[in-house]
Design a protein around this ligand. Structure first.
Ligand SMILES: Nc1ncnc2c1ncn2[C@@H]1O[C@H](COP(=O)(O)OP(=O)(O)OP(=O)(O)O)[C@@H](O)[C@H]1O
Ligand SMILES: [Mg+2]
Length: 326
């Protein structure tokens, strides 16, 4: 079952209509947030999506979770087309698919107790007949994510917890229904550096114990390199390189991937580090540049790059890149 096509996305696209100041009539203008993306997540693996702010990572995650409707394209979970699933079908699917959010401060209801927050999914699905069984399950989940299961903890509110503890609560509620596919949108980017590694270690431990599959979003290539089996690099709504982690780290083919790798801070601090990292312009998404979207920032760009969009091409055993000058 290793190579099972577990979660697949085909030509997935999201354009957001935007109003420009002074524009009342005429053609609507769209932000090309996710533009014709396709990929396959394999069961039991961690699929990473890396890219800078605004490249479309959250939009992609929200479409997968049906929090955002795709403009076009298809999504398949275990071979079943879920793109047009209605609310009732999605509710059933949430027993298998859950999301861990970026913001452990904003994503938990501040007035509810930890007990109620973690129990919410099992209540929605009417899993338990009595409150005592539910309480035991909530306590088990708190222990699973490394939190105390004391009555004192159960009655706390999110505001009484640290950021790391809140994210553990978020993970507990994502896992309480027994979900096997977890979409994690930058789960540690808002946490202090000192506790990030703990949360990542917890997620990796749970992955092994529960045979989870992760769709893991991060803007740090170093993070993706450390935990992902396969990595997709996104730029301006498009995937520009997709490969197994070892292959993309050792032989990056796209200049943008190289730039992200160059931006990984060294383990041993080096005063010269970062001097050659280029800071190019961020493209204007409503009017993507013709040709390759990366060409305005690219040192390899020539006339071809300015006119023709490069397709994702398999250069070596499943190592894909979209660049005219690999
Ligand atoms: N609801 C919306 N309406 C209009 N534009 C949107 C909406 N949501 C996202 N966008 C735009 O779509 C693009 C992609 O946004 P998205 O949040 O998916 O990026 P991201 O990669 O998650 O960025 P970050 O790293 O900052 O979280 C951005 O240009 C953003 O401004
Ligand atoms: Mg985001």
């Amino acid at each position: 079952m290793e190579n099972e096509q577990y979660f697949e996305v085909d030509h997935l696209t999201k354009f957001f209509p935007v109003k420009k100041r002074g524009q009342f009539f005429g053609k609507p203008i769209y932000v090309h947030a996710v533009d014709d993306v396709q990929f396959t997540v394999r069961k039991g693996k961690t699929y990473g999506v890396v890219g800078e702010s605004g490249c479309g990572k959250t939009t992609l995650a929200r479409m997968i979770m049906h929090l955002e409707k795709p403009t076009s394209g298809r999504m398949l979970f275990k071979g079943q087309d879920i793109t047009l699933f209605n609310g009732k079908q999605m509710k059933a699917l949430r027993r298998q698919m859950q999301m861990v959010f970026q913001d452990p401060f904003g994503s938990l209801n501040p007035v509810r107790t930890i007990r109620n927050i973690v129990a919410e999914p099992v209540r929605v699905h009417h899993i338990f007949q009595n409150r005592q069984d539910e309480k035991i399950k909530v306590q088990e989940m708190l222990e699973t994510v490394g939190l105390s299961s004391s009555d004192e903890m159960l009655e706390k509110r999110p505001g009484q917890l640290s950021g790391g503890e809140r994210q553990r609560v978020g993970i507990a509620s994502a896992l309480i229904l027994g979900a096997e596919f977890i979409v994690a949108d930058e789960p540690v980017s808002m946490l202090d550096a000192s506790i990030r590694a703990d949360i990542i270690a917890l997620m990796m431990k749970l992955k092994e114990e529960k045979n989870l599959t992760y769709f893991f979003i991060t803007h740090e290539f170093g993070m993706a390199r450390a935990i992902c089996d396969r990595i997709a690099v996104m730029y301006a709504g498009k995937m520009v390189e997709v490969a197994d982690a070892a292959s993309i780290v050792d032989h990056p083919l796209h200049p943008y991937t190289q730039l992200l790798i160059d931006a990984i801070p060294p383990l041993i601090p080096d005063p010269n580090w970062g001097k050659n990292i280029s800071e190019g312009e961020v493209p204007y998404f409503t009017v993507p540049p013709p040709g390759c979207r990366y060409h305005p920032r690219c040192s390899r760009a020539d006339e071809l790059c300015k006119s023709e969009i490069p397709e994702l091409v398999d250069y070596r055993d499943g190592h894909f890149a979209a660049c005219h000058h690999v």
